[in-house]
Ligand binder design. Structure first.
Ligand code: ZN
Ligand code: FE
Length: 255
């Protein structure tokens, strides 16, 4: 691994991340929810801050931006689409942008649905994806701004990455997501196993993030629109994958 990642909780159920490129010692903060939590973590590690990377404009992802910029004189990287909604961005990214952070190479994926500007940061070499609120362990983000089709396509794009990729999701929603997953696919033995592991972790107050893409492919209902068990439980045996996805998403909204 060329990069070192530090994960720490913020607000009620957010995760924030610090990323350090080991060769250059450059440090980025991903979606800092607030100033103090990130400042404290940087202090604890003895790191300065070179960049902030935002995935989307929601307050729990950008809350630390302005004070961190002032304190550390760092650059702000944010979605091009969100120029008006995220103040003071220095670097504007869109789909397919490649950039170097020290000696690490990142690619920007545009994944609309949760919001219309949502991007994710992918390091193919280290198999790491900062996914924001697109995918959570056994779940996905609410479709606030985009269409169900957009969110479905965004998730399909993530599904095509290397299954060993680690997804750094921005929230600890795993238990609630898992309960919903169990309600639509109760016979999935890998889901049952995973729920036991997740329950144990949460009982000990431990995080369930990051999550391996392979585990999501096996247990996340929003990635499993072709599962016959899910389709039968929804009475949608012959529906399109997007229709199954949309039904799952709206059922989860009211679960
Ligand atoms: Zn959000
Ligand atoms: Fe969020």
């Amino acid at each position: 691994m060329k990069i070192e990642i530090v994960q720490y909780p913020a607000l009620n159920d957010n995760y924030n991340f610090l990323l350090r490129d080991k060769d250059s010692d450059l440090v980025a903060a991903i979606d800092p929810s607030d100033f103090q939590g990130t400042k404290n973590k940087l202090h604890e590690k003895g790191w300065r801050l070179d960049q902030i990377w935002n995935t989307h404009h929601h307050p729990d992802h950008i809350g630390g931006n302005q004070e961190l910029k002032q304190e550390f004189r760092c650059q702000l990287r944010a979605p091009e689409y969100d120029q008006k909604r995220i103040k003071g961005s220095d670097i504007k990214n869109k789909d397919g942008d490649q950039f170097e952070f020290g000696s690490s190479q990142f690619e920007v994926l545009y994944l609309p649905g949760h919001t219309l500007g949502h991007i994710a940061y992918h390091c193919a070499e280290d198999k790491v994806l900062f996914i924001g609120d697109v995918i959570f362990a056994m779940g996905c983000g609410r479709v606030f701004e985009g269409t169900m089709e957009q969110m479905y396509s965004s998730i399909e794009r993530v599904k095509s990455l290397d299954p060993d990729t680690l997804l750094y999701c921005a929230h600890e929603y795993t238990l609630a997501n898992g309960r919903f997953a169990m309600s639509v696919e109760p016979q999935n033995s890998r889901l049952i196993d995973r729920m036991q592991k997740v329950n144990k972790l949460r009982q000990q107050g431990l995080p369930t993030v990051p999550t391996r893409l392979r585990d999501e492919l096996n247990t996340n209902p929003f990635m499993r629109t072709d599962s016959m068990e899910i389709r039968m439980n929804l009475k949608m045996e012959n529906a399109s994958a997007v229709e199954v996805f949309a039904e799952l998403r709206s059922q989860k909204d009211h679960f």
